[in-house]
Design a protein around this ligand. Structure first.
Ligand SMILES: Cc1cc2nc3c(=O)[nH]c(=O)nc-3n(C[C@H](O)[C@H](O)[C@H](O)COP(=O)(O)O)c2cc1C
Ligand code: SF4
Length: 596
């Protein structure tokens, strides 16, 4: 290629590679910035990145580009519009809005307009279920989309206005905190929890964590103190604290609110963990959908460094700890802890083998604590107030509070913080849900609950939850939810193992067959077998939980499938009476059974 043709790529790519220290572990971060510069990752840029990051083969660069949804090896247009496709967005009419925007802009869904100006497509939930229908424009969140807003957006695109000059209300994201308790009410001043921990010492801080009995808020509910202690006790010259802010479970948005308004508390919790565990580096893995927070979070980190709450010699002690942000790029699987570690190491987000555990060999092969954003926020509160105080809230096996992301058919969507043990019915009452037919807790990988279960308690003893609480009224058909969830998992499967890669696709195809009214009782049985197989044979939590929504539907909404079965007259393959009559006629005898 002539030098002049390579020059524009060099001009854009080289400073990015330099900024990231030519470190192959920063490959994903580099590619995200290349994508921002060109709105796709041109092959010339991939060549350059591979060349400049010594030891990074071209195939690896391409492998990363093709893994993450927000990176593209093909041009996507100057304006890339992605509409959130969560079930709650669909309930709020996102499909109609998508069609409207496409016709308004004269672009086909999933294609780039002939003049290269714009493309429109759907993406998995963008974490705005409390203010949908939502979307992303060149990676920046837009909320509460209506036809009027889309007209405005179309005009801005036609006028080639840069995003910075767009009316700011288009990008407004509200916190919508509707109910506060222990975490949200905590008026922790930056540094207060660290100060308290430094005063009591690292060993005592660990004991406070044990006293609190804090369980992880990211899914499995593993006890935080046990995890911290295992990482502390592992022999190593370096340990890491990773904060999981991937928040990819559709309908979940609490970590967004914590990062946007309580970032100090989360960073403080990570620092407390670093102190107790003996780690000097923390990494916040933040989903690409929350890119709009970048400047704000960078500023909080800078302020904390200036206040000696990060860096060497924190608050005058000999404890040093710093935090950097690592961005995701649209891959739900990267919320799974070992996939996340791979992603932070600049690779495709493919889950690792179950053993060794990250607390023994995690990021860069070193002991690593991976915890959810809310877990770290709670750790800051515990660091400040002590474990016993924290444990005095909630229930015996579920101490403290839980943040619920409430969305769907109700009056007041948003974040509700309750002590663990709250009933489903109380949440429904507080958020103004009426005529509720069913709810889905913990997102697509979670559980469907019907009226008979509304007095159950949100707690590890009864109903554990990652905090997602989607409400569906009597006008909703649970089958639409099943279809949406099945497509989500099909799209998000990383493809490593066959039960999940093939299983998620079969699930979608079978549901489409039922949708077309062509399903049969045999298909229904096949679906159940497939689901059971996936649950036991898939390599990681994604494939193991992908059929949950269908299995719940089997138990709670089987009529939904029966009504979509083919109206066939079923004849048994072997009709004994008919065969006997034929045999008698042939043999002319009454003991025809002997001939059969
Ligand atoms: C497919 C999949 C996606 C996940 N996504 C998230 C996520 O977005 N945030 C999170 O904290 N944990 C997520 N997890 C759970 C993590 O693997 C891990 O258990 C968690 O971050 C540990 O934090 P905790 O101890 O605070 O719960 C996910 C797990 C799976 C299998
Ligand atoms: S279960 Fe799915 S997401 Fe997990 S490793 Fe297998 S293919 Fe990948």
């Amino acid at each position: 290629m002539p030098e002049s043709a390579v020059a524009p790529y060099q001009e854009a790519v080289l400073p990015i590679v330099e900024k990231y220290g030519r470190d192959p572990h920063n490959l994903l971060q580099i590619l995200i910035e290349v994508q921002e510069a060109f709105h796709f990752v041109p092959k010339e840029a991939m060549d350059l990145v591979s060349h400049e990051l010594f030891g990074t083969r071209r195939i690896r660069v391409e492998g990363v580009v093709t893994f993450y949804s927000f990176l593209s090896d093909k041009p996507l247009g100057d304006y890339v519009v992605l509409l959130s496709d969560n079930i709650t967005d669909q309930m709020q009419g996102n499909r109609e809005l998508g069609d409207y925007l496409c016709s308004r802009l004269g672009v086909k869904l999933g294609k780039v307009r002939a003049d290269g100006r714009v493309s429109v497509n759907y993406t998995s939930c963008t974490g705005m279920a409390d203010q949908g229908p939502a979307g992303l424009i060149n990676g920046i969140a837009v909320t509460r989309l209506t036809k009027e807003r889309l007209n405005q957006i179309a005009e801005l695109i036609e006028a080639r206005k840069p995003l910075e000059a767009w009316p700011q209300e288009l990008f407004q994201v509200d916190d919508n905190i509707r109910r506060s308790d222990v975490v949200f009410r905590e008026s922790l001043k930056p540094g207060e929890a660290i100060q308290a921990c430094l005063a009591r010492g690292a060993a005592e801080t660990m004991k406070e964590m044990y006293r609190s009995d804090l369980r992880g808020r990211g899914g499995a509910g593993f006890k935080a103190a046990i995890k911290w202690e295992a990482a502390r006790d592992a022999q190593a010259d370096q340990r890491y604290i990773l904060c999981n802010a991937d928040e990819g479970e559709p309908g979940t948005f609490k970590d967004r609110v914590l990062m946007s308004s309580y970032a100090d508390m989360v960073f403080e919790g990570m620092t407390v963990a670093g102190y107790a565990v003996g780690a000097s580096e923390g990494i916040l893995y933040l989903r690409g959908e929350y890119r709009y927070m970048k400047a704000k979070l960078d500023a909080v980190l800078e302020r904390r460094r200036a206040a000696k709450l990060l860096g060497a010699g924190i608050l005058g002690s000999d404890f040093g700890f710093d935090i950097k942000i690592h961005w995701g790029a649209g891959a739900y699987i990267c919320g799974m802890e070992t996939a996340m570690i791979e992603s932070i190491e600049g690779k495709r987000g493919t889950p690792r083998k179950r053993w060794p555990l990250p607390v023994h060999e995690g990021y860069m092969g070193k002991p690593t604590v991976v915890s959810n954003v809310e877990t770290f926020a709670a750790a800051a509160v515990i660091g400040h107030r002590g474990g016993a105080w924290f444990a005095s809230h909630g229930t015996m096996q579920s101490t403290g509070t839980r943040l619920f992301c409430v969305s769907g058919d109700l009056e007041r969507p948003g974040i509700y913080e309750y002590p663990w043990g709250v009933t489903v019915r109380e949440i429904l009452r507080d958020c103004g849900a009426k005529d509720t037919k069913f709810i889905q807790i913990s997102g697509p990988s979670g559980t469907t609950l019907t009226e008979a279960e509304f007095d159950r308690r949100m707690s590890f003893e009864d109903l554990p939850s990652v905090g997602t609480f989607m409400v569906f009224n009597s006008t909703r058909d649970s089958f639409d939810m099943n279809k949406n969830f099945a497509k989500f998992f099909q799209h998000e499967s990383c493809g490593l193992c066959t039960p999940c890669r093939v299983g998620t696709t079969l699930l979608v195809q079978m549901l489409e067959k039922f949708e077309a009214g062509l399903g049969s009782p045999m298909d229904f049985e096949e679906l159940k077998n497939l689901s059971t197989f996936m649950k036991s044979m898939a390599h990681c939590g994604l494939g193991q939980t992908a059929p949950n929504h269908f299995l719940d539907a089997v138990n709670k909404f089987s009529s939904v499938f029966e009504s979509r079965m083919q109206a066939l007259e079923f004849k048994p393959a072997f009709d004994l009476d008919l065969a006997l009559a034929e045999a008698r006629a042939l043999a002319g005898r009454d003991d025809a059974e002997a001939h059969l």
